[in-house]
Design a protein around this ligand. Sequence first.
Ligand SMILES: [Zn+2]
Ligand SMILES: [Zn+2]
Length: 297
Amino acid sequence: MYKHEELLNSVDEHILNTLYTIEQWLRTWSILDILGVVFLAVLCLCIYLEARQPALIRQARVLMKSYPLNLSTFFFNDFTASLLSLSSVYYLADAMNGRGLLVNMENGPFKYLLCFVLLDLTLYAWHYLMHHCDALWVLHRVHHSDPNLNVTTGLRFHFGELLLEVMVRTAFILALGITVEFLLITQAVMSLFILFHHTNTRLPGERLLALVFIVPRLHRAHHSTLRTEHDSNYGAVFSIWDRLFGTLNEAEPEKIGLDGWNEPGFLGMVKRCILLDIDWMGRMKAIPVTIKKRPLP
Ligand SMILES: [Zn+2]
Ligand SMILES: [Zn+2]
């Protein structure tokens, strides 16, 4: 055998061995690991779209403030949730399961799809409540306060809101009789849509897509400073709920964020989240408009 053939054979063998090792390694991945990688890939794609074709022109200086604040808030929440072992509540609910609407349905793609649609409807109702109950709006306004709407706004939430959402999802597990795995997979897929609709971009065919899905254009109206605009488009994935319940608004907002909100740094945000800006020693009447919603005109 010629020397170069020997060399080629050894290279082939090396490539095959490497591919085999990768395949073995990938086999150890769970579906949630894969969804985690997809999440990062979608985040990068959305950031690329924002840079390539932004809907609202943002200066790099402004984004350099928004990205670190939103990401540090996200990691702070994530760290606190792990510290409190919040997801164990789901496992407790799972262990208590025995009843529920879907308990007798065979596991499979249809059950996943049904869970996904029902969770989206549940979160639509929950989102509506957060806009119409002052005590919940105090928490939810942290998400709305970002004046520089971009993909990382989809990661910016008050920890109290996340805590209450865990309760909503636990009730969802119990009501449907599904396993934790079902919930976590549907939730992970849903988070991809949440990143997508916060992306500051315009897409071709967006109007058509908006007939079924919440697209960036629809969610931009949801981040308007005007109450008539931000009290709309509550959906996370499907726009059909907003169409069905008359809460759809296709306006292009003039201003994003909350009137009267001065964007803090990370520590200022933590302090504001804990103290909630409420004049604790005074009267509830004294609370600023960013906490209590202005009545509709
Ligand atoms: Zn909202
Ligand atoms: Zn949002």
